[in-house]
Design a protein around this ligand. Structure first.
Ligand code: ATP
Ligand code: MG
Length: 221
């Protein structure tokens, strides 16, 4: 098909432990604003930032990848534009964004990729290895998140040499929801209803996730 428009695919990476409505609103808003054809949610295998916290007191192990994957499937199933990829959970070792994007490029060679990241994760963008290489693989969309400042001024000097659509910022409806808070609520028997999709509440209960004492990971988003 000559002259066919490249498919525009959003990539929403996350630990999704559990997936919550903040993730879903971010993906939905970016899909609308950037006219995406699809958003692929990619649960991490071993999130390296969170593993680093294991040496700190009060660390919590991340829930099994299969539970996080299934919660992501449940949460996204009703939206025809949303899908879930297993590329990260099937790759051995720590999860790095560059590997996620390379794997997706290999599967979708003709697509234009848009990596969606919250303001907090954007803050650590410079700590990602070979971030200039990352920008060659995908556009980056930074979305607002309550409690975190959405600005790329500290990236500006590096970005000057890159095309203007390398990194764009998008203000989205503020949802002060985090997986950490959802886990702590579930652990304490407080409600997670309406913070996560109903099916995810039911899955957490069915699998008894977050019941054992698992402190939050200090300093890790
Ligand atoms: P945790 O508390 O375990 O770190 P989290 O709520 O930050 O969980 P992650 O799986 O770490 O969720 O985040 C995946 C992506 O979603 C990141 O880019 C993060 O910035 C973004 N994100 C998470 N929650 C929100 C939110 N409420 N609003 C906007 N972006 C969000
Ligand atoms: Mg986080």
């Amino acid at each position: 098909m000559s002259g066919a428009r490249r498919r525009r695919i959003g990539v929403m990476g996350g630990t999704f432990d559990p997936i919550h409505n903040g993730h879903l609103v971010a993906a939905s808003e970016v899909a609308h604003r950037f006219k995406l054809d699809e958003v692929i949610f990619v649960p991490t295998g071993r999130p390296w930032q969170k593993d680093q916290a294991e040496s700190k007191p009060g660390h919590r192990p991340v829930s099994p990848a299969e539970d996080r994957y299934l919660m992501t499937v449940i949460a996204t199933a009703s939206n025809p534009q949303f899908s879930v990829s297993r590329v990260d959970i099937e790759r051995n070792g720590d999860t790095y964004t560059v590997d996620t994007l390379r794997d997706l490029r290999a599967i979708l060679p003709d697509a234009e990729l848009f990596f969606i990241t919250g303001a907090d994760a954007l803050e650590s963008i410079l700590s990602w290895q070979n971030w200039e290489g990352l920008f060659e693989l995908a556009h980056f969309i930074g979305v607002s998140r309550p409690g975190y400042e959405l600005n790329a001024t500290h990236l500006a000097q590096h970005l000057e040499t890159l095309p203007p659509d390398t990194l764009q910022m998008l203000e989205i409806p503020a949802l002060a929801i985090s997986s950490t808070d959802c886990r702590e609520r579930a652990h304490a028997g407080r409600p997670v209803w309406y913070l996560v999709p109903d099916g995810v509440v039911q899955y957490i209960n069915k699998r008894q996730l977050y019941r054992t004492r698992r402190a939050s990971s200090p300093g890790v988003s």
